[in-house]
Design a protein around this ligand. Structure first.
Ligand SMILES: [Zn+2]
Length: 156
Protein backbone atom coordinates (compact mmCIF):
# COMPACT_ATOMS: atom_id res chain seq x y z
CA UNK A 1 0.00 0.00 0.00
CA UNK A 2 1.28 3.46 -0.89
CA UNK A 3 1.78 5.73 2.12
CA UNK A 4 1.78 9.50 2.55
CA UNK A 5 5.56 9.51 3.10
CA UNK A 6 5.94 7.80 -0.31
CA UNK A 7 3.88 10.57 -1.90
CA UNK A 8 6.05 13.25 -0.28
CA UNK A 9 9.23 11.44 -1.40
CA UNK A 10 7.93 11.13 -4.96
CA UNK A 11 6.80 14.78 -5.19
CA UNK A 12 9.34 16.69 -3.05
CA UNK A 13 8.80 20.08 -4.72
CA UNK A 14 5.01 19.97 -4.81
CA UNK A 15 4.82 18.87 -1.17
CA UNK A 16 7.67 20.93 0.31
CA UNK A 17 5.20 23.30 2.04
CA UNK A 18 2.42 20.75 2.57
CA UNK A 19 0.72 19.91 5.84
CA UNK A 20 -0.90 16.52 5.29
CA UNK A 21 -3.13 15.36 8.12
CA UNK A 22 -5.39 12.70 6.59
CA UNK A 23 -4.64 8.99 7.03
CA UNK A 24 -2.54 6.81 4.72
CA UNK A 25 -5.54 5.20 3.01
CA UNK A 26 -5.94 8.31 0.89
CA UNK A 27 -2.26 8.50 -0.05
CA UNK A 28 -2.94 6.89 -3.44
CA UNK A 29 -5.65 9.47 -4.13
CA UNK A 30 -3.26 12.35 -3.36
CA UNK A 31 -0.53 10.60 -5.41
CA UNK A 32 -2.86 10.26 -8.36
CA UNK A 33 -3.83 13.94 -8.02
CA UNK A 34 -0.19 15.11 -7.90
CA UNK A 35 0.73 12.89 -10.87
CA UNK A 36 -2.09 14.52 -12.84
CA UNK A 37 -0.90 17.99 -11.81
CA UNK A 38 2.69 17.13 -12.82
CA UNK A 39 1.43 16.16 -16.28
CA UNK A 40 -0.63 19.36 -16.45
CA UNK A 41 2.39 21.46 -15.43
CA UNK A 42 4.34 19.96 -18.35
CA UNK A 43 1.45 20.35 -20.79
CA UNK A 44 0.86 24.00 -19.87
CA UNK A 45 4.55 24.91 -19.40
CA UNK A 46 4.40 25.53 -15.66
CA UNK A 47 6.92 23.01 -14.30
CA UNK A 48 7.73 23.71 -10.65
CA UNK A 49 4.89 26.21 -10.08
CA UNK A 50 2.36 24.16 -8.17
CA UNK A 51 2.42 23.48 -4.41
CA UNK A 52 0.12 21.39 -2.28
CA UNK A 53 -0.32 23.37 0.94
CA UNK A 54 -2.75 21.34 3.01
CA UNK A 55 -4.61 18.04 2.89
CA UNK A 56 -6.94 16.65 5.52
CA UNK A 57 -10.22 14.84 6.05
CA UNK A 58 -13.27 17.00 6.59
CA UNK A 59 -16.84 15.68 6.66
CA UNK A 60 -15.62 12.30 5.36
CA UNK A 61 -13.92 13.69 2.30
CA UNK A 62 -10.49 14.84 1.33
CA UNK A 63 -10.04 18.59 1.53
CA UNK A 64 -6.99 20.22 -0.05
CA UNK A 65 -5.57 23.71 -0.31
CA UNK A 66 -3.21 24.40 -3.18
CA UNK A 67 -0.98 27.19 -4.46
CA UNK A 68 -0.62 27.75 -8.21
CA UNK A 69 2.43 29.99 -7.87
CA UNK A 70 3.35 31.76 -11.12
CA UNK A 71 0.68 29.74 -12.96
CA UNK A 72 -2.21 31.29 -11.02
CA UNK A 73 -3.32 33.51 -13.94
CA UNK A 74 -3.40 30.68 -16.49
CA UNK A 75 -7.13 29.91 -16.48
CA UNK A 76 -6.76 26.77 -18.61
CA UNK A 77 -4.16 25.32 -16.22
CA UNK A 78 -6.12 26.24 -13.08
CA UNK A 79 -9.29 24.80 -14.57
CA UNK A 80 -7.56 21.50 -15.42
CA UNK A 81 -6.07 21.30 -11.91
CA UNK A 82 -9.50 21.94 -10.39
CA UNK A 83 -10.86 19.01 -12.41
CA UNK A 84 -8.15 16.78 -10.93
CA UNK A 85 -8.84 18.19 -7.46
CA UNK A 86 -12.59 17.68 -7.62
CA UNK A 87 -12.05 14.16 -8.96
CA UNK A 88 -9.79 13.41 -5.96
CA UNK A 89 -12.40 14.73 -3.52
CA UNK A 90 -15.10 12.54 -5.07
CA UNK A 91 -12.74 9.54 -5.04
CA UNK A 92 -12.03 9.99 -1.31
CA UNK A 93 -15.74 9.55 -0.57
CA UNK A 94 -15.56 5.97 -1.85
CA UNK A 95 -12.30 4.62 -0.39
CA UNK A 96 -11.35 3.78 3.20
CA UNK A 97 -9.24 6.53 4.77
CA UNK A 98 -7.31 3.93 6.80
CA UNK A 99 -6.31 1.42 4.12
CA UNK A 100 -7.42 2.79 0.73
CA UNK A 101 -9.75 -0.12 -0.09
CA UNK A 102 -13.34 0.38 -1.29
CA UNK A 103 -15.33 1.96 1.52
CA UNK A 104 -18.77 3.18 2.40
CA UNK A 105 -19.91 6.38 4.05
CA UNK A 106 -20.59 5.72 7.75
CA UNK A 107 -22.17 7.84 10.47
CA UNK A 108 -21.85 7.37 14.24
CA UNK A 109 -24.44 8.36 16.85
CA UNK A 110 -22.90 11.86 17.17
CA UNK A 111 -23.26 12.44 13.43
CA UNK A 112 -19.55 12.02 12.78
CA UNK A 113 -18.97 10.86 9.18
CA UNK A 114 -16.20 8.54 7.99
CA UNK A 115 -15.42 6.47 4.93
CA UNK A 116 -14.43 2.94 5.91
CA UNK A 117 -14.03 -0.52 4.41
CA UNK A 118 -15.61 -3.48 6.22
CA UNK A 119 -12.45 -4.17 8.21
CA UNK A 120 -12.09 -0.58 9.44
CA UNK A 121 -15.76 0.11 10.11
CA UNK A 122 -16.30 1.22 13.72
CA UNK A 123 -18.98 -0.88 15.52
CA UNK A 124 -21.44 1.89 16.41
CA UNK A 125 -21.84 3.33 12.93
CA UNK A 126 -24.52 3.02 10.29
CA UNK A 127 -24.14 3.18 6.54
CA UNK A 128 -25.31 6.42 4.93
CA UNK A 129 -26.71 6.93 1.44
CA UNK A 130 -23.87 7.74 -0.91
CA UNK A 131 -23.85 9.45 -4.29
CA UNK A 132 -21.56 8.49 -7.15
CA UNK A 133 -21.41 12.10 -8.26
CA UNK A 134 -20.71 15.57 -6.99
CA UNK A 135 -21.54 18.89 -8.60
CA UNK A 136 -19.44 22.07 -8.63
CA UNK A 137 -21.35 24.90 -10.26
CA UNK A 138 -22.66 23.38 -13.49
CA UNK A 139 -19.93 20.76 -13.68
CA UNK A 140 -20.82 17.24 -12.63
CA UNK A 141 -18.19 14.69 -11.62
CA UNK A 142 -19.20 11.04 -11.69
CA UNK A 143 -17.19 8.12 -10.30
CA UNK A 144 -17.17 4.45 -11.13
CA UNK A 145 -16.38 3.15 -7.61
CA UNK A 146 -15.21 -0.19 -9.01
CA UNK A 147 -12.30 1.41 -10.85
CA UNK A 148 -12.02 4.86 -9.24
CA UNK A 149 -12.39 6.46 -12.68
CA UNK A 150 -13.99 9.91 -12.61
CA UNK A 151 -15.63 11.56 -15.61
CA UNK A 152 -16.70 15.19 -15.75
CA UNK A 153 -19.22 17.02 -17.88
CA UNK A 154 -20.77 20.49 -18.02
CA UNK A 155 -19.28 23.93 -17.37
CA UNK A 156 -17.94 24.88 -13.99
ZN1 LIG B 1 -9.97 -0.04 5.43
Amino acid sequence: MIRLKDVVEHHPVMTEKATILCADGWAWIIASFLNSVAALERRHGHEGSFRLRYADEQMAELTMRVDYGDARDDEAFVSDVLDALDSAILRSRHYCEVCGERGTLRCDELGWLTVACEEHTEPDTVQMPQQNWRQVGGRVYEIDPETGTVNARGER
